[in-house]
Design a protein around this ligand. Structure first.
Ligand code: NAD
Length: 289
């Protein structure tokens, strides 16, 4: 029987990886971290200066990285130091085809792999309240259960390799489109002399409500805080990946494509580094003639 996971190596100590590492440590796992940026590495103790050393020292590696290109490089390098029976949990939002490829490559070496992207930002990561959407073998999911349950309020097994990321991309496409439409709805409300707070009081018990009207608008937009910890750049990446996936399977979804164009165009005035909720004021302003 495969041994229980006690030592977790977290690769990528950014907005998500750092709170995930801290939550796992607080839950009793022996956690070490690695990041290519020295100041990110320094934010977590204990950290390790090389990916290979981290892989050698860990029962499981948990990845929280920006793109599939980076994930593929990291997995290729880490695999050199991972012995059979170890597990890779990729919590990044990534390309389903890449996750499938990596799972097959790792299976050939006896290394388990789950695409396990998460929903919920840094606060949910800090409180162990993420949603995990897992794709991969049931046996790997069972082995990873204690780790995933420590960071999540819910773990959904979506199906085989890549399905976690398909689920996540669908989720974020909906969220991105809802943010765009919410901005346009606020412009319409304002033109009708309606205060946004009154609009939300009605919407959030009506059929037009969404995660955006229930959470994003009050928490980050109307409060003017725009400090969710998720960037315009990462959401642009996710919308692009969702549309790429649609195109690969022969779909041309019209509303999603229009939302994708709005997210792309917004780059001219709202940089990648801004909070992703900045889409709402952007869509509100640009909906005026
Ligand atoms: P981030 O940019 O804050 O962190 C990524 C970290 O990875 C950085 O610290 C970077 O230095 C590090 N990194 C890059 N290349 C590396 C390498 N080769 N080896 C080791 N470290 C490397 O991004 P984030 O907001 O923490 O997001 C991480 C992932 O989680 C992304 O895929 C994102 O789409 C997803 N995600 C983010 C949120 C959110 O609210 N921020 C929510 C859900 C999912």
């Amino acid at each position: 029987m495969a041994q229980a996971i006690r030592k977790v190596g977290v690769v990528g100590l950014g907005n998500m990886g750092l709170p995930i590492a801290r939550t796992l440590a607080a839950a009793g796992f022996e956690v070490k971290g690695f990041d290519t940026m020295e100041e990110r590495r320094a934010a977590f103790s204990p950290n390790i200066g090389s990916l290979g050393d981290l892989a050698t020292a860990s029962d499981a590696l948990l990845l929280s990285l920006p793109t599939s290109d980076i994930i593929e490089k990291v997995v290729a390098e880490a695999a050199e130091s991972l012995t059979s029976g170890r597990l890779i949990l990729d919590t990044s939002t990534a390309e389903p085809a890449s996750s499938r490829r990596l799972q097959a490559e790792m299976a050939a070496r006896g290394i388990g792999y789950l695409d396990a992207p998460v929903s919920g930002g840094p606060t949910a990561a800090r409180n162990g309240q993420l949603l995990v959407m897992a794709g991969g073998a049931e046996s790997d999911l069972n082995r990873a259960a204690a780790v995933l349950q420590a960071i999540a309020r819910q773990v959904v097994h979506c199906g085989g390799p890549g399905t976690g990321n398909v689920t996540k991309l669908v989720n974020n496409l909906l969220c991105a489109a809802h943010l765009t439409l919410a901005g346009e709805a606020l412009a319409l409300a304002e033109a009708g002399d309606l205060q946004p707070e009154a609009l939300l009081a009605a919407l959030n018990v009506g059929s037009g409500r969404s995660g955006v009207t229930e959470l994003n608008l009050p928490r980050w937009v109307l409060s003017n805080s725009f400090d969710s910890g998720f960037s315009m750049g990462l959401m642009r990446k996710d919308v692009g990946l969702a549309l790429k996936l649609a195109s690969e399977v022969g779909l041309a979804p019209r509303l999603a494509t229009a939302a994708g164009a709005i997210w792309r165009d917004s780059g001219a005035s709202v940089p990648d580094s801004e909070d992703f909720n900045r889409m709402v004021p952007y869509a509100k302003e640009t909906s005026r003639r």
